[in-house]
Design a protein around this ligand. Structure first.
Ligand code: FAD
Length: 316
C-alpha cells in the first residue's frame, strides 16, 4: 500500500503541482496506511530531489536522464518505476505534460486512469472527485480497482512547505532509445514579454467587461498608480490586446499575489483556477451574480468605467 507522485519541472524549476501532489499523496498514504514516494525525472535531479524532500515524504526517487520533459522517456521511466514500486495510487499532474504521458503509462500498467481530480479518498475503497459542467456539478467516482492512476488538478491542494527527512534514492531506468521519437532542442516563449506576472505583488487584472482595446488605458493607469502589474482573462489575450504571458488561468499562469484586482472578469472556473490562491481578491463587476464575487474578499458591484477612474484619482 503506497502512493507514488511524479513531479513536474520546466526550464530548471519545479512546478508547484509537484509539491501539491505531496499533500494529496500524504493524505492518501495515511488512509492506506502506507508510504509516500515521489520521483523526479530529468533536469537537475539533485536540486529537485532536495526540494521534494518535504515533510511526510518517505522516499524521493531521482532519475538522472535528459533535461526537459519528453513523452517517450517519461512513459518508459514512470512505467518502470511504478512496476518496481507497485504503488496503490500513481499520482501525476493534470497538466499539459501529465496528460501527455499518463494515459500511455496507465495503459501499459493496465490500470484505470481518472483525470482532472479535485479530491481523492482511500478510506473506503478509492474514490475520486471530478468537476463537471464548468464546475457547476461534481461527480464522485468509485474506482473499482486495487490500483489506479490519477491526474490531479493543479492549485487544488496546498503545497507542503516543511522540510522532510526522506531517503533520496537514484533510480536506474533503462531507456529503449529506438522508442524515443523526438528530442527537445530548445524553447521559444510564445507571446513572451519581459514581465513575469507570477512575481507580482499586486495584479490589476482585466476581463471582457473592458469592451474595447482602447479602454485598456484606464487599466494601465490604475496599475501605474498602484505600482502593480497588468494581467488579464483569456478573451483579452485571444483578442491580442494583452501578451500571452499576461494570461491568468487554467491555460495561462497560476498567480498568488498579495492583492488581485479583477476588473470586468466574470470568474469562470478556468480563470479562477489561476488566481484563487491570491491573498486578497478585489472584484469590480456590474453583475451581482458574477461568480467572481463568491471568492472575492472585497466586491464592488458597479460600472468599471466609473470605479476605475475614481480609484486612479484616489491612488495617484
Ligand atoms: C479549456 C479552456 C481553458 C480556458 N482557460 C482560461 C484561462 O486560462 N483564463 C481565462 O481567463 N479563461 C480561460 N478560459 C475561458 C473561460 O471559460 C471564460 O470564457 C473567460 O475566463 C471569461 O473571461 P471574462 O471573465 O473576461 O469574460 P466574461 O465571462 O464575458 O465576463 C465579463 C464580465 O464583465 C462584467 N462587466 C461587463 N461590463 C462591465 C462594466 N462596465 N463594469 C464592470 N463589470 C462589467 C460582466 O458582468 C461579466 O461578469 C478557458 C476556457 C476553456 C474551455
Amino acid at each position: 500500500m503506497s502512493v507514488l507522485a511524479i513531479a513536474e519541472h520546466r526550464r530548471g524549476e519545479l512546478r508547484p503541482v509537484s509539491l501539491e501532489q505531496l499533500a494529496a499523496g500524504r493524505d492518501l498514504a495515511d488512509e492506506l496506511g502506507g508510504e509516500l514516494h515521489t520521483a523526479v525525472i530529468g533536469g537537475d535531479v539533485e536540486a529537485f530531489g532536495a526540494e521534494l524532500n518535504r515533510e511526510g515524504v518517505d522516499t524521493v526517487h531521482t532519475v538522472d536522464i535528459g533535461e526537459e520533459f519528453n513523452h517517450d522517456v517519461y512513459t518508459q521511466v514512470v512505467t518502470q518505476l511504478a512496476t518496481e514500486l507497485d504503488p496503490t495510487v500513481l499520482l501525476m499532474p493534470n497538466s499539459v505534460n501529465g496528460l501527455d504521458y499518463a494515459p500511455a503509462v496507465a495503459n501499459r500498467l493496465d490500470r484505470p486512469l481518472v483525470t482532472d481530480v479535485v479530491d481523492i479518498d482511500a478510506e473506503d475503497g478509492l474514490t475520486a472527485t471530478r468537476e463537471l459542467y464548468g464546475s457547476k456539478a461534481e461527480t464522485t467516482i468509485d474506482v473499482h480497482a486495487d490500483q489506479a492512476a490519477v491526474t490531479i488538478r493543479p492549485a487544488e491542494w496546498p503545497t507542503i512547505e516543511a522540510d522532510g527527512d526522506a531517503a533520496i534514492e537514484a533510480f536506474d531506468a533503462t531507456i529503449d532509445e529506438s522508442a524515443v521519437r523526438s528530442t527537445v532542442k530548445g524553447f521559444e516563449e510564445v507571446g513572451g514579454g519581459d514581465i513575469d506576472i507570477t512575481d507580482a505583488d499586486v495584479l490589476v487584472s482585466v476581463g471582457r467587461g473592458i469592451e474595447e482595446e482602447e479602454n485598456l488605458d484606464i487599466i494601465h493607469d490604475l496599475a501605474e498608480a498602484l505600482d502593480a502589474t497588468v494581467s488579464g482573462s483569456r478573451p483579452l489575450i485571444d483578442n491580442g490586446w494583452l501578451a500571452k504571458d499576461r494570461q491568468v488561468g487554467q491555460s495561462g499562469k497560476v498567480v498568488t499575489p498579495d492583492v488581485y484586482i479583477a476588473i470586468g472578469i466574470s470568474g469562470a472556473v478556468q480563470h479562477v483556477a489561476g488566481m484563487k490562491g491570491s491573498d486578497t481578491i478585489v472584484a469590480i463587476n456590474t453583475d451581482p451574480n458574477a461568480p467572481i464575487f463568491d471568492i472575492a474578499d472585497y466586491g464592488i458591484q458597479d460600472d468599471l468605467f466609473e470605479v476605475v477612474p475614481a480609484l486612479i484619482e484616489q491612488f495617484q
